[in-house]
Write a protein that binds this ligand. Structure first.
Ligand code: PEP
Ligand code: MN
Length: 373
């Protein structure tokens, strides 16, 4: 059960104290407080854990200071969508809105290699009106002898170049909690020229200790990739771990499932789950066409499979695209074979726009149908 207080109710207010006192004295119930910081207001919620079946929703709703009480199923208490649940499906970070109703594109380098390539990438993004990117500094690799990413050494120039080209948010995978400290230090050193979305990769989706640490910090929002070999429910529960520690600014990322059934693609594309995640949870949904497809193969018209699956995800309502680009894919240290080129950037953006317009037209048509029936 979730008890939602009236917006901006201060801890010092009599109403807040009375509600808290009442809830603390309910038998066999523990309470956990959670705050959602919206653009205009702060929403305080109490999660009641334990035997809530016997509690009266009306009694709690009648307390001064309580706005609403929502009964939740056991699943996905915080990030889930529940009956009569009007909690937000969006958040803002560093001037960028992440929502189940919009679309942000994070085109960029799978792995940072040289300052020149980072600059070429960011300049192209700026030229084409983009304010988000992906930049890998910590790379989890299958082979211990493969390039592991430049780590903290590249952070200062990546952040400074982002500031120079007006990039507001960089999606960056971390594989260890120390990486958050390294990012904080580089941010401090460079004067906070940009923002970071911490990415938890598919190999760490169920690294529960990492999830708890990332969930406890509130500085950075999180992109949680779906686990490559676990059920959707297990991956959404991983997102709930982040939220249960306090950070609800989460985007859920689909990146394909590891099975030979997807051959010749690198992973079996799972973008049919875009509407499923939006129905079950309040998280915006990201698609990663690059790691799903893993190649630059094209259809007889010359349209790359990466672009086809991007369009498939976008026409189904995806809210974010994480996609590998590289100024010289042949020299890329990681995942060159799946990268798009800078010349392809405007073409890719147009293709996304076409698919997004089709999605918006579909939503409009669905509304008309619902209104008439
Ligand atoms: C990545 O986005 O660079 C990456 C390694 O993705 P994943 O964790 O989905 O394999
Ligand atoms: Mn990669």
């Amino acid at each position: 059960m979730i008890v939602i207080l009236q917006p901006n109710l201060a801890h010092a207010s009599e109403e807040y104290k009375a509600v808290r006192e009442y809830l603390e004295h309910l038998p066999d119930i523990t309470i956990r407080e959670h705050q959602e910081h919206g653009k205009q207001q702060v929403l305080t919620e109490f999660y009641l854990i334990g035997n809530t079946a016997s509690l009266s929703k009306a009694d709690i709703e009648s307390l001064p200071g309580v706005e609403r009480v929502v009964r939740v199923s056991e699943e996905y208490r915080i990030i889930g969508r529940h009956r009569d649940d009007h909690r937000p499906t969006s958040f803002e970070y560093n001037g960028i809105i992440f929502s189940q109703d919009n679309l942000n594109i994070f085109a960029g380098l799978c792995a940072v290699d040289t300052p020149e390539h980072v600059e070429q990438m960011m300049r192209a993004l700026k030229q084409h009106g983009q304010q988000c990117t992906r930049m890998g500094a910590y790379k989890p690799r299958t082979n211990p002898y493969s390039f592991q990413g430049h780590g903290r050494n590249c952070l200062p120039y990546v952040f400074e170049l982002a500031g120079k080209y007006d990039i507001k948010v960089i999606a960056m995978e971390i594989t260890h909690e120390d990486h958050i400290d390294e990012i904080n230090a580089a941010m401090e050193q460079t004067g906070h020229p940009t923002g970071i979305m911490l990415q938890i990769g598919t190999r760490n989706t169920q690294n529960f200790e990492l999830l708890k640490t990332v969930g406890r910090q509130r500085t950075y929002p999180v992109l949680l990739k779906r686990g490559f070999g676990i059920t959707l429910e297990e991956s959404i529960n991983a997102a709930e771990y982040l939220a249960s520690e306090g950070n609800t600014r989460i985007v859920f990322g689909l990146r394909g499932m590891k099975t030979n059934m997807g051959d010749p693609h690198r992973n079996f594309v799972d973008f049919a789950h875009v509407p499923v995640v939006k129905r079950l949870t309040r998280m915006p949904v990201c698609i990663d066409p690059s790691h799903s497809v893993g190649t630059r193969h094209a259809d007889p018209n010359g349209i790359l499979d990466v672009m086809h699956v991007t369009a498939q995800g976008v026409i189904a309502g995806a809210n974010m695209i994480l996609v590998d680009f590289h100024p010289e894919p042949a020299t890329a240290l990681v995942d060159g074979p799946q990268a798009l080129t800078l010349e392809e950037l405007p073409y890719f953006l147009d293709d996304v726009r076409i698919a997004r317009e089709a999605y918006e037209a579909r939503v409009q048509r669905a509304k008309e149908f619902a209104a008439a029936n």
